[in-house]
Design a protein around this ligand. Structure first.
Ligand SMILES: [Zn+2]
Length: 104
């Protein structure tokens, strides 16, 4: 009886098991400092308390060309003012001062 022994050379048979501590690979995560470029909320800088739905030219600044509301990450508004702006835009849409969608 001849056992079929694989005649492959064993690579590092004795060094199996254990943590591979590679020097120089530890600090691999790049630090993305995007938060430092945070735009200030326009309404906070102007100290606007209430956002009126009647101020259509101002509302249009926060609409895309297709009539969608700008996301906060683009407009840079704070949560409070983005919420107020969204309400104002939706009110303005409802009375047909701002379009729901623009035609393409
Ligand atoms: Zn704000």
């Amino acid at each position: 009886m001849r056992p079929m022994t694989p005649s492959s050379p064993s690579f590092g048979a004795g060094a199996s098991g254990g943590k591979e501590a590679r020097p120089g690979q530890a600090g691999q995560a790049p630090e993305k400092k995007f938060f430092s470029r945070r735009k200030a909320c326009r309404f906070c800088t102007d100290k606007v308390v209430g956002i009126s739905y009647k101020d259509v030219p101002m509302l249009r600044n926060f609409l895309t060309e297709r009539g969608k509301i700008m996301p906060r990450r683009i407009s840079g508004n704070c949560a409070l003012h983005q919420r107020a702006l969204t309400t104002a835009i939706k009110r303005a849409r409802n009375i047909a001062m701002v379009a729901f969608t623009e035609e393409r």
